[in-house]
Design a protein around this ligand. Structure first.
Ligand SMILES: [Zn+2]
Length: 150
């Protein structure tokens, strides 16, 4: 799935041209849609043209948005894998009493669901850590001084 072509595409979509002076620069692809994406908010070209990414720094999110960004779906995944594995185990009927495999597979489903959630949390956590480092270092928030109020 991640062949050399995918990597090239991933690199190329990060190469952008300034809308005013045409200078090429490297930036994350713009994010659209209602879901919150954590990342650098904007880039400033040498000519002064500002390029908005549609992303938000983690420190600038509201408390509710932070909670939703990190935790949404993390409980649902283990619940779904547990339920599916338990149902599958129930229909296997390998063992007496009939619910033994259901319990064992349900437990395994819970474990794999928890592992998935942990991985997801790590994947979401890395951009948050990078974002926090950016804002803590006091790099000028190109979004303007107003974004520093919270
Ligand atoms: Zn420019």
């Amino acid at each position: 799935m991640f062949g050399i072509l995918d990597i090239i595409v991933l690199i190329l979509i990060r190469r952008r041209n300034c809308g005013r002076c045409g200078r090429a620069f490297w930036a994350a692809p713009p994010h659209s849609g209602r879901a919150v994406a954590v990342g650098r908010e904007s880039y400033l070209c040498v000519c002064g043209h500002k390029y908005e990414t549609g992303r938000r720094e983690f420190a600038h999110l509201s408390r509710e948005e932070k909670r939703k960004y990190l935790w949404s779906g993390l409980v649902a995944i283990p619940v779904v894998t547990t339920a599916l594995a338990a149902i599958g185990g129930y229909f296997l009927r390998w063992h007496e009493p009939f619910w033994t495999m259901s319990v064992i597979l349900g437990f395994l489903g819970l474990l794999s669901g928890l592992i998935c959630s942990a991985l997801l949390l790590v994947i979401r956590g890395l951009p948050v850590l990078a974002s926090l480092r950016r804002t803590r270092r006091g790099e000028p928030a190109l979004g303007g001084a107003a974004t520093w109020q919270n």
